[in-house]
Design a binder for this molecule. Sequence first.
Ligand code: NOJ
Length: 467
Amino acid sequence: MAATASLALAAALLSLAGLSRGSPQDGLPSRDFPPGFMFGAATAAFQIEGAWNLSGKGENIWDRWTHQHPEWVADGSNADVACDSFHRFKEDVQALVDTGVTMFHWDLPQPLQDLGGWTNPVVADYFEDYARILFRHFGDRVKYWITINEPASIIESYANSRLGAPGLDEHGVADYQASHTLLKAHAKAYHLYDKYFRKTQKGRVSITLNSAWHEPRTNSQEDRQAAERARQFYFGYWAHPIYSKIGDYPAVMKERIMRNSLAEGRFRSRLPEFSPQWVKFIRGTADFFAYNHYTTRYAASGTQGEIPSLQRDSGVIRSYDPKWPSSASSWLKVVPWGLRKMLNWIKKEYGNLPLLITENGFSDHGGLHDKDRINYFVSYLQELLKAIYIDKCNVFGYTAWSLVDNFEWARGYTEKFGIYQVNFTDPNRARIPKDSAQALRKIIKHRALVPNLLQGEMPEPRVVLVT
Ligand code: NOJ
């Protein structure tokens, strides 16, 4: 929770008025984005700010993890300076029209971790206090609030120390306990806004959930069921308590984890139970759906993973198709159709709430001529347009990850997601737009997937950072 919760955390949304010109190509009814559709580019405090011990900022769990275990970071680096956005934030928010602020993007204060971090229910109360401060100070300007980013990723580092801070190996236990507090914390922040701030500030509040699309590995009934189980274990886990009609964790999770827990000789499920009051309190705590999407995985029926673990409880073996194009990140394969399938599944499962894509992006090893990133954005945006026009999915905005190259957690600076290059050896951390920044700018300017994004006319050099 960075002191400058700030601008640097920005999922910056640029809303432009637009015209609809239909021009069917590539199976698209239109290459235009609907009127009012919002575009932006996102980043996160810890990944760009630096200034790790300046201006009264205390130590957080990622400071501790990177300092104590440089060997766990791919290039031994840390984010002490990162993109130095703490000092250079004006450049990064130049010309942003509207700003959303994510409250919590993984940098829990170390003193709270010393109390057990998200496994301790009291952290939900501290989170509520923190939310109150942000609503008070920024609520007059921030109209889209995200309470917590990717809780599913947060709990991975309670299960596997090498994945990130806090660096625990309590799989199948601490991760489930942490999820319980995370959901409560989110709901407390939502209700706080509802009760004291919504009337005057008129904003909207949600939580960003993430998941790959899970496609059955084969057409067998077992694999189709496994894929559905994977969707519930990796996404329904978070979405079901908030968006389903009945609330609570998905039944399939409760049943399987209880069964495995008893078989392990325990007397209760490793997945904590919500009381009926908590089920009610958490259900419905989102004004829109916020979703991060990058990739797709195959799901097959089978048993894999440590005993106990979420993976083992799920009874799913996940894999990739070797034919899917790669990126610099081992987990990120380019599978544009997965986005459309996932959006349709969300709609079927939870109803057609307005949905904002809060992250979507591609990693490479660097370079200004990032053709593969442009291809990624274009192919995913094509599928997004199909979801909007053909399937009537209610998507109202799209945020590219990321504005600038930054500290990619356990991968250090080895995997680049930015549409702006940052020179990390330059004390000034100079930013230079990549070709993808130009291409996105063109898409936003024309509000359409205009042709020839890889070549031809490039816009004037004064570049608005969000584009
Ligand atoms: C999701 C996370 O929110 C962000 O912090 C991370 O850098 C990107 N995905 C890419 O892995």
